[in-house]
Design a protein around this ligand. Structure first.
Ligand SMILES: Nc1ncnc2c1ncn2[C@@H]1O[C@H](COP(=O)(O)OP(=O)(O)O)[C@@H](O)[C@H]1O
Ligand SMILES: CC(=O)N[C@@H](CCC(=O)OP(=O)(O)O)C(=O)O
Length: 305
């Protein structure tokens, strides 16, 4: 009998061996996350490319099939902006949050809980999963209170309190509905719209919403999918791991700025609520979720306590 060496094995057999090695590499990761709840926030910027959105949906279904309980929270900032522009409604941000008047909150709910939520549900169903689209209003899941922020006026250099209108911050998360869904082969897909004590509607930043959900569910991981590889240092190199205190130092010295500040603050909040690890990663990379969770290399910045 002649032994077949790698040198004379046909290319498709070598290819199959490489595939098998990748699958075996995933095994300890699947075991680590077996039955664990993982909250994945899919940002509006990462959603632009339809094929990447389909890849994302496949990743979520594969996680569900391998014993993980994924919870998807989506954003939609750019899509809300586009719809407001189409309707000639002016939109401004203060401290990274959209100033949301009555007309705006109706569009925000329509875009987030309507078109974006249902298209993600469609992609997950198409990939063979069973997705359930909900907003924070359903089952009183997320009750928010009104937010105000002070912003420094660049001309006078005086701090001014800005009324953000119908912008809320989660005050209470009721996990009753999610507890019924998780562990039953159903994938919740959540729009970051919350209810007020009086039943009104609040627009909530999607990162903040995902952090509150991850904290309330005591999730093992929170993944925040954005449009950069993760937290970058002053030379724009990816930082693979950070502790809470290192993250705070990078905010204080200005290395972390703009939209990354609320994102990292959400990570710190979730960790303090008991989430084991939070990862910020590039959602535009195809299959970013699988690469992060099921390979040895990880993909973005892991923040731990
Ligand atoms: N240190 C940093 N590392 C990475 N991104 C940073 C950093 N500081 C500021 N940013 C900015 O934060 C942005 C991500 O925040 P944001 O635009 O709010 O994301 P999303 O829309 O996905 O929620 C990046 O595109 C980048 O411009
Ligand atoms: C209060 C506030 O700013 N809400 C956000 C909600 C959507 C969001 O956060 O989406 P991304 O994750 O894609 O940015 C907004 O109106 O744009």
């Amino acid at each position: 009998m002649t032994a077949v060496t790698t040198a004379d094995a046909p290319a498709d057999i070598i290819d199959d061996h490489a595939k098998a090695r990748v699958l075996v590499q995933a095994l300890p990761h699947m075991q680590r996350y077996d039955d664990a709840t993982i909250v994945v926030k899919y940002g509006g910027h990462a959603m632009g490319d339809e094929q990447v959105a389909r890849d994302f949906a496949q990743d979520i279904v594969l996680l569900e099939q391998s014993g993980v309980n994924p919870v998807v929270v989506h954003g939609g900032g750019p899509q809300i902006g586009a719809m407001l522009a189409k309707l000639n409604i002016k939109s401004e941000f203060a401290a990274g949050l959209r100033i949301t008047d009555k007309a705006t909150v109706e569009i925000v709910e329509m875009v987030l809980a309507g078109s974006i939520n249902k298209s993600l549900v469609g992609f997950i169903n198409e990939a063979g999963g069973t997705a359930l689209g909900l907003s924070g209003k359903d089952g009183n899941m997320v009750v928010a209170t009104k937010v105000t922020r002070s912003v420094r006026d660049p001309d006078s250099n005086i701090e001014k309190v800005v009324d953000l209108g119908f912008v809320g911050e989660p005050a209470h998360v009721d996990t009753t509905v999610l507890d019924q869904i998780l562990g039953r082969d159903l994938i919740p897909v959540l729009a970051p719209v919350a209810t007020g004590k009086d039943g009104g509607t609040f627009n909530v930043n999607a990162d903040t919403f995902a952090g509150a959900i991850a904290g309330a569910l005591n999730a093992k991981r929170l993944l925040l999918l954005t449009d950069v590889p993760g937290v970058l240092d002053a030379d724009k190199n990816l930082i693979k791991e950070l502790t809470i205190s290192q993250a705070r130092a990078l905010i204080a010295d200005g290395t972390i700025s703009g939209g990354m500040i609320p994102k990292v603050e959400t990570c710190i909040y979730a960790l303090e609520q008991g989430v084991e690890g939070v990862v910020i990663l590039d959602g535009k990379v195809p299959h970013a979720v699988l690469l992060e969770l099921l390979t040895d290399h990880g993909a973005g910045t892991l923040i731990t306590r």
